[in-house]
Design a protein around this ligand. Structure first.
Ligand code: 13P
Ligand code: SF4
Length: 349
């Protein structure tokens, strides 16, 4: 784990990180992408970090892959590519950089390393985990196989490399229904998200059996929360992520991956929308869609929020926190992830 005092000492010695009106004035083009949600006083603090990270990326031939749940100063300020889990996994295979900084959680960095073993993959904070990834081990997959002999195992990308290696194929929230549909046989094992599995089960003819994991962010939303918003504003469009419970999803006007949510909002431009997902999602699209008013029931992912400008700059500076995946595990996990990517590309997802 990074020592916070050491991080600050090293950065203060090597970079000029003092707020400066001149610097703020010279970085207006970047600030404009987030000025509806980031106050000028905060931007004055962020700007020197953003500048230092942009310069260091060039020096290291590095790219930053930013998940849709990153805070706006990371999402708009320093990310080279942004997107949902599927898009970031695909991007990891395409980028020509020597170094990938994963502005997201650990399973995403592992996926990048699995797909690009020759690249250096850096995690700003190694403790940026995920309640879903922590809910199952490779032994859990074997338990499910013993219970449902012959049924294929579809594991969400929100899993460790060992779990991916023990599975037949991966899926993300953007392709889960299509991946399950494409499996042979009548029964499909889905791990580790019980709610994603139940939401998929409603949309496929396969029998879906599942592991009892859940996302600590999305499981907090209740139908009562949604009813309260609708009572207050019957016209509000409710947009949910499929990690929410089936009851919440049934109440929503649209359900999709984080990029699916963005596309839906861009295409439909509702006057008011409630995003039933992680807080930063609405912040990151607010400037692009000034006519949409976002209700923000704010459930924050404590893992995603471990990533900061400060630890991004530190790992790029020191090249610490390199993500490694044992070769044999990586080989097997790559098969599961590549099967998903190939199928997704074939289906035009
Ligand atoms: P997406 O694949 O939709 O980006 O979701 C990842 C995630 O962790 C959501 O909680
Ligand atoms: Fe994991 Fe949920 Fe956080 Fe996504 S929002 S990383 S599923 S804990």
């Amino acid at each position: 784990m990074l020592d916070f005092t050491q991080v600050r000492t090293v950065l203060a010695e090597c970079y000029d990180l003092a707020p400066s009106p001149k610097l703020v004035a010279s970085m207006q083009d970047i600030y404009q992408k987030m000025n509806r949600v980031v106050p000028p006083s905060d931007w004055a603090i962020y700007a020197p970090f953003v500048k230092a990270i942009i310069e260091l990326k060039k020096k290291r031939n590095a790219v930053i892959l930013g998940h849709n749940y990153m805070t706006p100063e990371i999402f708009h300020g320093v990310s080279d590519f942004v997107g949902d889990s599927l898009q970031l996994a695909m991007k990891a295979t395409e980028v020509e950089a020597d170094v990938i900084v994963q502005a997201g959680v650990h399973f995403m960095a592992e996926t990048s390393k699995i797909l690009s073993p020759e690249k250096t993959v850096l995690m700003p904070d190694m403790n940026a985990g995920c309640s879903l990834a922590e809910s199952i081990t490779a032994e859990g997959i074997e338990e499910m196989r013993a219970k449902y002999p012959g049924a294929p195992v579809v594991s969400y990308v929100n899993t460790t490399a060992e779990v991916k290696a023990a599975s037949d194929i991966c899926c993300t929230s953007a392709n889960a229904v299509q991946i399950v549909d494409a499996m042979e046989g009548d029964t499909v094992i889905m791990t580790p998200d019980q709610y994603l599995a139940q939401n998929v089960a409603r949309l496929t003819r396969k029998k879906v059996v599942f592991w009892p994991g859940s996302c600590i962010v999305h499981e907090l939303y209740t139908v009562e929360d949604l009813h309260a918003y609708r009572t207050h504003d019957p016209e509000v469009k409710i947009i949910a992520h499929p990690e929410c419970t089936p009851e919440v999803v049934a109440e929503a006007d649209y359900t999709g991956s984080t990029s699916g949510i963005l596309n839906w909002i861009q295409a439909n431009k509702p006057a008011r929308a409630m995003l039933v997902t992680e807080c930063s999602m609405a912040s990151n699209i607010a400037d692009e869609l000034p006519d949409v008013e976002f209700a923000k029931p704010c459930n924050m992912c404590p893992y995603m929020k471990k990533v900061t400008l400060e630890n991004i700059l530190y790992v790029l500076h020191t090249m610490e926190n390199q993500v490694e995946v044992e070769q044999q595990v990586a080989q097997k996990a790559r098969l599961s992830v590549n099967r998903m990517i190939e199928l997704s590309r074939k289906l035009g997802l």
